[in-house]
Design a protein around this ligand. Structure first.
Ligand code: NAD
Ligand code: ZN
Length: 359
């Protein structure tokens, strides 16, 4: 079946656009129990952004630490219960941060209307009731979480997104100025997510003209940001990377990710490795699958003197490698896209283990 995907309702793009948040959400404040929830990356605590947050007296503001762990199902359940019991049903949710915060805001916006744990809704179209209005304000570029239909969560048995009609944001505020403080390694790891999305999107059987149009433009922007004469972190490149992230997300939404993301999910599940760096670790050993993409990636790593962990497998037990391979193998839609319908004839748990042993 051909994918039929809901898109974001509204997007504002440009330096300084964050200042429009108050006006943008104003008309929604009369809905439900008439208060907003702000989920903000705690990097911004005490910074200018906190002071300019348009939070009113009855609003709830949560500063969350996104520096150690990726979003968990338990964390979403606790936040949902706290919000509902304290203040009732919010008029809307605003997420301000990187991919982790985008996913938390998206997951919460549907979970405030569902019964039971978020683990019940990890998967495609398992959500029953429409979610509530939510706004995404990304502060790092690369994941495409700002535009995807999935809210990736790690639960007790799997890392899998809540994916449904109501997960995409109703409103995005794309203000590249918010990304200027991202530390260099993080800028690179998360930015590479976008580049890898496009390479994987184009290297598989679901690739199509729609994905190509967005993917080609996203790769071009990534090349300017990471390899061009004026490469590096600058206001101009922040704008470019923000658009690259959005377009990379749109490219893969209509196609699929591939081998790198399958392996990366294994690393994140077993070792808690963050998505951006996990992708970089995995992509670095995937010349067999993506020869040109990996060569260009290595050039970008060299150009920006990025520290990329190597020889990790030397410290891993066979049990850990097997577990990662099982997690990766279970992501059949990614292998199906990357290797073909008959992928099980070509890829086994042992071939995947071999890839992990190269890391
Ligand atoms: P992140 O949200 O995990 O944050 C990484 C670090 O950057 C944190 O320490 C955070 O505090 C810091 N940070 C954020 N903005 C900053 C700023 N402006 N200045 C300084 N520091 C800042 O980063 P990410 O790489 O954007 O997101 C990774 C997450 O996104 C993972 O949980 C992954 O599963 C998820 N993801 C989701 C999708 C999707 O489609 N839903 C796609 C890819 C990744
Ligand atoms: Zn990704």
């Amino acid at each position: 079946m051909i994918k039929n995907i809901r898109n974001i309702d509204k997007i504002v793009f440009g330096g300084g656009s964050f200042s429009q948040l108050e006006d943008i959400i104003q008309s929604k404040r009369t809905e439900n129990d008439k208060f907003f929830v702000f989920i903000v990356d705690d990097f911004f605590k005490g910074k200018y952004l906190e002071k300019s947050l348009p939070a009113y007296e009855d609003d709830l503001v949560f500063f969350l630490d996104a520096s150690h762990e990726e979003p968990k199902t338990g964390q979403i359940d606790e936040l949902r219960d706290e919000i509902l019991s304290k203040s009732g049903l919010p008029s809307g949710i605003v997420g301000i941060g990187g991919g982790s915060i985008m996913d938390i805001a998206k997951a919460l916006s549907v979970m405030v209307k569902q019964e039971g744990s978020s683990t019940l809704y990890q998967g495609l179209n398992l959500v029953e009731n429409p979610g509530i209005y939510h706004v995404g304000i990304p502060t790092i570029s690369g994941t495409g979480a700002e535009c995807s239909t999935t809210a990736v969560l790690t639960g007790p048995v799997k890392k899998l997104g809540i994916k449904c009609e109501w997960t995409p944001f109703n409103q995005l505020i794309l203000d590249p100025d918010l990304t200027l403080t991202v530390p260099k390694n993080q800028w690179f790891y998360t930015g590479m997510d976008s580049y890898i999305h496009c390479i994987e999107s184009e290297s598989g059987r679901l690739y199509n003209t729609f994905s190509k149009a967005y993917g080609d433009q996203s790769i071009e922007l990534c090349r300017e940001v990471f390899l061009g004469e004026d490469s590096g972190q600058s206001p101009e490149n922040s704008e470019k990377l923000m658009v690259a992230s959005l377009f990379g997300g749109l490219s893969l939404s209509y196609s699929e990710v591939g081998v790198c993301h399958a392996l990366s999910y294994g690393l994140s599940y077993v070792f808690g490795t963050r998505h951006g760096i996990a992708n970089c670790i995995a992509f670095n050993v995937l010349e067999d699958f993506y020869p040109q993409g990996v060569a260009e990636f290595k050039e970008m790593v060299r150009k920006h003197n990025i520290e990329l962990p190597e020889n990790l497998a030397a410290k891993w037990t066979d049990e850990q490698v097997t577990k990662m391979a099982e997690i990766a193998y279970a992501l059949s839609h990614m292998w199906d896209h990357a290797v073909g319908e008959n992928w099980k004839e070509k890829v086994t748990i042992d071939t995947i283990k071999d890839l992990f042993y190269r890391m």
